[in-house]
Design a protein around this ligand. Structure first.
Ligand SMILES: C[C@]12CCc3c(ccc4cc(OS(N)(=O)=O)ccc34)[C@H]1CC[C@@H]2OS(N)(=O)=O
Ligand SMILES: [Zn+2]
Length: 254
């Protein structure tokens, strides 16, 4: 099964998922800010989250993921490059084995210690996330960089729940969590057309990468690394390296 080891990691995913190599809009990418284009027509990003829609926290063997009730428009993304409304389904993280790496997107070649992904799907056009995920405008993912600095109290609430999901394929209740507490004050973003960054690598994501990181302390990063991929393998370095732009333009609203 796919993973992040030397024998089943990102460089071998193309064997089962040819789009990894043949695709035209693969993610993540290295955002070279000089080559991005400021687009004054981009609307501000509007993220309206209701803590009552948070359900569970799970270790799915690839990341730590918080799932949301997406049967109604309680937590939605609007604005930015998209028309319509995208419903929050889940958020998860990618991080490194050391503080110097871990994010999936890079900015001018620089990595951050981790990256938060808030996954939304186009609930105006499609029936559910699975149907949306096979459409070019089906998903909208917001990426937030985690930069080493002061301990983050909002993140700590999440980390405190990790004890119950240390092992692979474990899940626990995680109610009344407000994901907006994980957002930076400024929602300036880069946006481009991309894909899921794990198999099935579907090319259905409109990416919104926030310019402003949130902070995380080294000690808090250690708590991410206390999670397990399988029996005794620490969950870390669960990030895909940057993929070729293949002529894509990255736009910014700032
Ligand atoms: C579960 C699903 C397949 C995997 C998947 C899904 C959605 C968002 C995802 C975000 C990911 O992470 S990332 N870094 O943001 O790209 C990684 C995988 C994702 C749906 C899409 C079809 C499957 O849905 S299903 N089983 O048919 O009901
Ligand atoms: Zn992700």
């Amino acid at each position: 099964h796919w993973g992040y080891d030397v024998d089943n990691g990102p460089s071998s995913w193309h064997q089962s998922f040819p789009v990894a190599k043949d695709g035209s809009r693969q993610s993540p990418v290295d955002i070279r800010n000089e080559e991005t284009e400021r687009d004054p027509t981009l609307q501000p990003l509007v993220l309206k989250y209701d803590p009552r829609s948070s359900k569970t926290i799970a270790n799915n063997g690839h990341s730590i993921q918080v799932d949301f009730d997406d049967t109604t428009d309680q937590s939605v993304l609007k604005g930015g490059p998209v028309t319509g409304s995208y419903r929050l389904r889940q958020f998860h993280f990618h991080w490194g084995s050391c503080d110097g790496r871990g994010s999936e997107h890079l900015v001018d070649g620089a990595s951050f210690a981790a990256e938060l992904h808030l996954v939304h799907w186009n609930s105006e056009k499609y029936a559910d996330v699975a149907n949306a995920a096979i459409e070019p405008d089906g998903l909208a993912v917001v990426g937030v960089f985690l930069k080493i600095g002061a301990a983050n109290p909002a993140l700590q609430k999440l980390l405190d729940a990790f004890d119950s999901v240390q092992k692979e394929n474990t899940k626990a209740d995680f109610k009344n969590f407000d994901p907006s507490t994980l957002l930076p004050p400024c929602l300036d973003f880069w946006t481009y057309l991309g894909s899921l960054t794990t198999p099935p690598l579907l090319e259905s994501v409109i990416w919104h990468v926030l310019k402003e990181p949130i902070t995380v302390s080294s000690g808090q990063m250690e708590q991410f690394r206390s999670l397990k991929f399988t029996a005794n393998k620490p969950m870390q370095d669960n990030f895909r390296p940057p993929q070729p732009l293949k002529g894509r333009k990255v736009r910014r609203n700032f």
